[in-house]
Ligand binder design. Sequence first.
Ligand code: FMN
Length: 215
Amino acid sequence: MRRPWVVGVSGASGTPYAAAVLRGLLDAGSPVDLVISRAARLTLLDETGRPFRDAHWKDDLAGWLGRDLAGADLAYWPAGDLAAAPSSGSYPVCGMVVVPASTAACAGIAIGLSKDLLQRAAEVNLKERRPLVVVPRETPVTRSHLEHLIALHDAGAVVLPASPGFYGAGADASAGQLVDFVAGKVLDALGVPHTLFRRWTGDLGAARDRADRPE
Ligand SMILES: Cc1cc2nc3c(=O)[nH]c(=O)nc-3n(C[C@H](O)[C@H](O)[C@H](O)COP(=O)(O)O)c2cc1C
């Protein structure tokens, strides 16, 4: 039985994070169901210059991810389609990631608003006790943003802020490496294998000698 990961892309800045997670899932051979909010089309346009159109979703996605999707196990559901398969707990999925997650999406999922398919599908994963990872991208944050994230955490979601670490890649880390760091942490949370970043081994190497050297 096909059991995809649902990837919800909401309208926060950070479409490169979504692209890296999607590529990682496809590289791992995972089936993917994609939902892109109306606002995410604006951030995608702003950040990549690319449109995302329901009628041309596969071509637009291939252009965005920069790869041929001919053999990929992919489904796409329009965000306005509240009758789409991921809106029901009876549709078998592994779980869901919302990447990037807007403050609006976090709020909507936290309070069960279900204003579109993305929010409904996320809520379904919570109620079915399936994995849900949300990747908020906003700064600074208000008290209500924090309260919604706590509510999501308490409901069983993994709150995984788009907060790249610089270890491994070093001071000259490229934007791509920082994006891959966050995407790799998402794939770790989903239990999907990847090689997007170098894992910490505890070995500081020559840097430890310099740090330990007396002044
Ligand atoms: C270019 C652009 C960048 C945005 N960046 C963010 C952001 O980083 N974080 C955020 O929470 N909202 C951001 N927003 C606002 C959201 O798009 C807005 O709250 C929208 O209602 C979210 O809807 P959605 O959750 O249905 O996608 C941005 C909007 C635009 C147009």
